[in-house]
Design a protein around this ligand. Sequence first.
Ligand code: CAP
Ligand code: MG
Length: 435
Amino acid sequence: MKKIDWYSDFVDLNYSPTRTDIVCLFRFESASGISPKEAVGRIASESSAGTWTTLNKIPFRLNKIIAKSYEVKGNFVKVAYPIDLWEQGNISQLLSGVAGNIFGMKALKNLRLVDISFPKTYLKHFRGPQFGIEGIRKLLKIKNRPITGAVAKPKIGWSASEHAQLAYETWMGGFDLVKDDENLTSTSFNRFEDRIKLCAKMRDKAEKETGQRKSALINITGETKLMEKRAKMLHDLGLEYAMIDVVTTGVSAVQTMRDVCQDYHLAIHAHRAMHAAFDRNTRHGITMMVLAKIMRLVGVDQIHVGTVVGKLVGSRDEILDIQNEVTAKTLQEKRLKGNYKMLSQNWDDLKPVLPISSGGLHPGLIPIVMKTLGNDIGIFVSGGIHGHPKGTKDGAKAAMQAIDATMQGISLSQYAKTHIELKQALGKWGFSKPR
Ligand code: CAP
Ligand code: MG
């Protein structure tokens, strides 16, 4: 067996991936003194079966499982990974490979995992979304307008009963969903057990009074056994969703909860708090698109994708790519000015995930969000309703009026002439973008 040269043997520009390879797209910057070929050899080596030095003996099968950097264009490299490198259904192990040590290699100044393309033979070991967009719309009986939701604000501070009251006002203002904030799980003044009982009661009251379906995204985030216990409590109260902070709990915990939520018929709302720790720097880390793809694979039903115009970072282009990735059936490879942006992906029969646009929104920004992302989304307006001059219920009404106006193609200024709550919201926030 030829001695493996640990780096150049992981580069084969004549290689073309088989239909069972997993392909990763990286953007890399070599450290000084390291050629691009050495850099891409190290990326493929360290993320598959190599090490930093040649070894006295190597397994006979090594050549069959090593990754190959096979296409280099500028700062972009595509790496193909033989499927036998990966344990079926184990997404944590995949990330330990393609998103592990390589980020710390001294041979690279920066490295960004831009996209991963999963072959059918890998997809088939994952459940994917239980409900998907169609199932969510059926659950809430909302045919084609955006699904609406709001977080009780401030994030933390209300007692369980105050929280449930705020939820009631939000539902009575016409919103479909109320959501716990990402850092609200259970506190001495707002215990999980108390909050869900009171929210379930207020939800039934709001449904009776409005004749509309209402639900709550209760944050079950915590240790996995605790999340399982909490999911059962939600199910026993007839609530339909479990909210999980998918980054802080970890992909394996989400995988476990996907199975649990199947048994309890709970839709999963994925909050992505902490994602900006690794996806904000465009030269290093992991894109939100990769995280969103993994969450579709594992099987969440709703996921935050950004707003473009709100208070948190996320360019229009990036957010549209993420939205496409979680909703489309197949995606073609995409390049921008010669730079790779997205690999092709066939999602087979994995259901689409509802993209949630949230963060710094108020009624004045709703038209631009709908113009950018369409109507097959969730629009979450939180501070933007609780900060309404006349309070939460009128704030929710104002946001619903902004959606109605946009669905009818009427300008907000025109619609506000006959809708006081919208007029008051525009009086406070206008069409301003928060920072
Ligand atoms: C929004 C929010 C959400 C962000 C998360 C907040 O509240 O509750 O967590 O939307 O960002 O805590 O900021 P506001 P993203 O509507 O009052 O801003 O959706 O980008 O993941
Ligand atoms: Mg929040």
